[in-house]
Design a protein around this ligand. Structure first.
Ligand SMILES: [Zn+2]
Length: 253
């Protein structure tokens, strides 16, 4: 399985528009972060987790020409606003599978009403096949997926485990019963916003303490704010098996 980090930034991305913060002005490509998403590829399958406002650019950059489905974590704008850009995939392939909690599906129907229209639908609009995620394991392609529930302040959010890989973002609290589902991972990806505490995201300390509970072989941090600091400096402070993810990073599991 190959995982490509399509975006590793928090909701505004890095650089933040108009910002003169040193991290936003950094020339290091590892300090430039699109909105958070990953591309997961195995056999001939391509799935993305979330589809934010940078989705088009991410699909072009990763040279992804076929999309087998989108798994949504939750309905916040930085995770869903690229859905219209599935059109090129839809025109070539037909309906695109989406996987989401029913509350997220409801939000998508509100924001992208024209995609879900059943009468007099605009001919250029794409079609999706809705697959509701309800906490039970399900399959994408030939692979079993285990949903992992967490909370983003008060909002329920799904992370997903595929075999020895798990991807969790926008988590602030995760119950012990969900942590049980994360045993024996080769790779855990988890959100870490910055060093300062935040009401709805793990900060660095909380992410590291979560990683030490889950005990994966390796962990990658994502959904990063410019307040976290420069990639190269932050990386030096991390434990040996923990890495700050960056855009275009590819890992094989
Ligand atoms: Zn987010």
């Amino acid at each position: 399985m190959k995982v490509t980090f399509l975006g590793t930034g928090t909701s505004q991305g890095i650089p933040v528009i108009g910002s003169t913060h040193p991290v936003c002005l950094s020339e290091n490509p590892k300090d430039k972060r699109l909105r958070v998403s990953v591309l997961i590829q195995w056999n001939n399958y391509n799935f993305v987790i979330d589809c934010g406002p940078d989705f088009r650019q991410q699909m072009l950059r990763s040279k992804c020409t076929k999309l087998d489905g989108i798994l949504f974590t939750h309905e916040h704008a930085d995770h869903v606003m690229g859905l219209d850009d599935i059109r090129p995939f839809f025109f070539r392939q037909g309906d695109i599978d989406i996987y989401a909690h029913k509350r997220v599906v409801k939000a998508l129907k509100r924001v992208f009403a024209y995609i879900f229209e059943t009468e007099n639908k605009y001919p250029g609009a794409p079609n999706v096949e809705v697959n509701q995620v309800d906490g039970r394991n399900f399959k994408v392609g030939n692979l079993e997926v285990i949903p992992i529930e967490g909370y983003h302040n008060q909002l329920q959010v799904y992370g997903y485990r595929f075999d020895k890989f798990a991807y969790l973002t926008d988590m602030k609290t995760v119950a012990d019963s969900e942590i049980e589902k994360l045993q024996n991972l080769d790779v855990l990806v988890v959100n870490a916003l910055r060093e300062e505490p935040h009401v709805s995201h793990f900060n660095l300390e909380e992410a590291l303490s979560f990683i030490s509970k889950v005990k994966p072989k390796r962990a990658y941090l994502t959904h990063i704010s410019h307040h976290m600091g420069f990639h190269d400096e932050v990386q030096q402070k991390l434990p040996d098996n923990v890495f700050l993810a960056y855009d275009n990073l590819q890992i094989t599991i």
